[in-house]
Design a protein around this ligand. Structure first.
Ligand SMILES: *Cc1c(COP(=O)(O)O)cnc(C)c1O
Length: 358
């Protein structure tokens, strides 16, 4: 078996033991004679996996029964539209923090539905950063306030989360469960699974039930959060295999523990940032106060060297280090399941590359 060090921003590296367990059970899940891909989503085997994923997430997130864990399709991107469709009515205002590419994508969808107030804007700032909490001007009476906890493309992350006086909604696609967090401060949060939780094809949506109950009832049934709450994410056929993989990754997350994971994540990120800081060759993209522990963005002195870096790293077994196509540069995504040994290998490569080209 030859596994590379996979720095992909998403779909991203999964815990090896989760992949191996899935492999082991791929054609005959626990003596059922079927793959999880082939069985009814109403059967007892799938039902147990589905409810275990939900229970594991409740436990990992530290949330009680006043919150519902949902598995929906359409990715985080459909949430950008579904949130305002449910909660932003005529004559109402929703607050949005525009912190980068993904926040802007959420704003664009909300503006199709209703009135949006952009309460802080750092989308175009270089170095990339999040707004200072004191600079955010919340709207009194907004129906909700939306933030993006980690901007996956720019590599900027809130180190202290904003707290609006109105119900908070957060896109946590790229840093959910990567650090201890008080999730009960949010009326709702969501994450495409393919970064920190599992494979593509499912989005985790966690919503406080009393907040969901206020949702618009005159939108199509599939788009109402209440529908999926009432049916425990089984209103229609869910992405069973993706959810099964979440069951396996959440088992792994429980075993490692969020506190441990956070310590490891910070250690991993610091090793790379230390190289950037000690070097006159590399330049980090993000303002130091907002550097992401998940997506580390940087550049060499030229685009040619960036390309050479990505190419030679790939030849040395470190794949998918190219920055997002919209910004270029280099991006090392080191989510929960990314092994520490891969960071050590990258750090050695970075030092060597600088010696050869600096
Ligand atoms: C990847 C990403 C998205 C888009 O997720 P999809 O599941 O592809 O729709 C949205 N927000 C953030 C922060 C992301 O990292």
């Amino acid at each position: 078996m030859a596994r590379v060090y996979n720095f992909s921003a998403g779909p991203a590296v999964l815990p090896l033991e989760a992949l191996q367990e899935a492999q082991n059970d791929l054609v005959d899940y626990k003596g059922s004679g079927m793959s999880v891909m082939e069985m009814s989503h109403r059967g007892k085997e799938y039902d147990a996996l589905h409810n275990e994923a939900i229970a594991n997430l409740h436990e990992l997130l530290g949330l009680g029964d006043d919150y519902q864990v949902l598995f929906l399709q359409g990715g985080a991107s459909l949430q950008f539209a579904q949130i305002p469709m449910n909660f932003l009515g005529a004559g109402q205002t929703a607050d949005y923090v525009n912190s980068g590419h993904w926040a802007a994508a959420a704003i664009k969808q909300a503006q199709l539905i209703g009135n949006v107030n952009i309460v802080a804007d750092t989308q175009k700032d270089i170095p990339t950063r999040m707004p200072a909490l004191a600079d955010i001007r919340w709207t009194p009476g907004a129906v909700y306030s939306h933030i993006t906890t980690n901007e996956t493309i720019s590599g900027a992350q809130f180190k202290t989360l904003p707290e609006a006086p109105t119900p908070m909604i957060a896109d946590m696609s790229s840093d959910i469960l990567s650090c201890p967090r008080d999730y009960s401060k949010f009326a709702m949060f969501y994450a495409g699974a393919q970064k920190n939780l599992g494979p593509a094809g499912v989005a985790l949506v966690v919503i406080r039930k009393d907040f969901a109950a206020k949702g618009n009832i005159s939108i199509p049934t599939m788009l109402r959060y209440q529908t999926h709450i009432d049916k425990n994410s089984l209103y229609n056929t869910p992405p069973c295999f993706s959810i099964y993989m979440i069951t396996l990754t959440t088992r792994w997350l429980k075993k490692v523990g969020i506190e441990n994971l956070y310590r490891l994540n910070v250690e991993k990120a610091k090793k790379i940032y230390d190289v950037l800081d000690a070097s006159g060759f590399y330049r980090g993209t993000a303002d130091k106060a907002y550097r992401s522990d998940m997506n580390i963005t940087f550049r060499t002195p030229t685009e040619e060297l960036d390309a050479l870096f990505v190419k030679q790293a790939a030849e040395a077994g470190m794949k998918q280090l190219k920055g997002h196509r919209s910004v270029g540069g280099i991006r090392a995504s080191i989510y929960n399941a990314f092994p520490a040994a891969g960071v050590d290998t990258l750090v050695e490569f970075m030092k060597d590359f600088e010696k050869r080209n600096g």
